[in-house]
Write a protein that binds this ligand. Sequence first.
Ligand code: PMP
Ligand code: GLN
Length: 402
Amino acid sequence: MTRMAQRVQQIGTSIFAEMTALANAHDAVNLGQGFPDFAAPDFLKEAAKAAIDADLNQYAPSNGRFRLRQAIAQKMVEQYGYTADPDSEILITHGATEALFATILGLVNPGDEVIIFEPFYDAYVPAVRLAGGVPRFYTLRPPDWAIDADELAALFNERTRLIIVNTPHNPTGKVYTQAELALIADLCQRHDVLAMTDEVYEHIIFDGRAHHLLATLPGMADRTVTISSLGKTFSVTGWKVGWIIARPDLVQAAYRMHQYMTFAIVHPMQEAAAVALETAATNSYYHDLAARFQARRDYLVTILQETGLTPILPQGGYFVMVDISELAVADDVDFCHRLTKEAGVAAIPPSAFYHNPADGAGLARFAFCKSMGLLQKASKRLSASQFLRRIVMMSGSIESSR
Ligand code: PMP
Ligand code: GLN
C-alpha cells in the first residue's frame, strides 16, 4: 500500500527526468530535456563570484533582493513600456516553476476552472489540480497552432478563474500575435478572468518577430500575472531565479505561498541576476542571444529535413516539433524511445503535454539549445541511423521528400 498522500498519487515522474535518464543510460545525445549546454556569459559569472566574495550568505529579503526587483522593473519599462513598482509589484521566486505554482495556489479556489492551451508545459496541470481547480483545455493543432476565436470563447463561463498563456510557447515554438493576445484580453475582461503568462523564452524569438506582453494590453495590467526567469536567457537553468510581476494584491496572493514554500531565494545569485539584467540592458546581449538560437534552429531543422523528417518551424523558444504521424512507428513514445536507444539521439514524446495523450502521438519534440558541436554529433547519428531510414522509407516519405 502506498504511503503517499492522495494529492500526489496522480502525479507521475516528469517526462524530462524520464527521458534524460534514458538518454544517459544509452549514451545518447540529449535533445530531449531543454537546458543549454553552453556557458553562462562572463559578466554573470563574475557578478556571482563577487557576490559570494562579498559574503551575501544570509537570507535575502523574502520578496527578493531590492537591486534585482529594481533591475526587473527597469527592464519592463525599457523593453515593454510596462511600469511595475519594485516594492509591491515584483516578487523573486525559485525559478518560473515556483512562480507559477505560487500564483496558481494563491489565486485558484476549489472548483474554479483554469483554461490551459495544450500542448502545455507539464507543471501547469498538477498545480491547478493541487489547488482544487479544474483544467479546461484548448488544443493548439499543427502545423500553425492557430487559435479559433469561437472555440476559445466557448471555454469561458462563470466558473472560469484563470487562463494560462505561455509565449513563446513550449513545446510548439508558437509566438502569440497581438491579435491573439487581444482576443484573450477581451475574453478575460468580458468574463472577469485573471491571466497568468509564462514568458521564460521572451528573448528567444526569431525572424524579426516581437514578444508582446498580455499585461500591456488595455485593461490587462490589473488582471495579469507576468512570470519569467533567468534560466533560458542567460544559460543558467540550474540557478533557479525567477520572478512574478503583477498588481500588489495578486503578488500578495502568490507571496503567501512563497513565504512558506521557500521563504527567500538564493542570495548571491540574485545579486548576479541584477547585474546581468543591468548589463544586458546596455549591450546587444538579447539581440545576439536570439541570433545564436536562430542559427541553431535553422541547423537542426535542416538536419531533420535531410533525414526525411517533417519539422514544424518554430517562431521562438528552443524546441522544434516534428510531425511523425506518417512514420512507421506505434506512437511518439515508441519513436522517442527507439530513437534514443537505436539512433543515440533523445527527443521528448509530446503526448505528456496533452490531457488526451493520443493528441500528441504524431509528434516529437527536439531541443536545439545546444552547442553546435553537439548538434553536429546528433546530425551524424541521425543520418547514419538505420532505424530512422527504415521508418521513413516504410512511410514512403523518403521518396516524396526528394
Ligand atoms: N515554463 C516553461 C514554458 C518552461 O519551458 C520552463 C522550463 N524549462 C519553465 C517554465 C520553468 O522555468 P524555471 O527553470 O525558471 O523554473
Ligand atoms: N523546461 C524544460 C523542457 O521543457 C525542462 C524543465 C524540467 O526539466 N523541469 O524541456
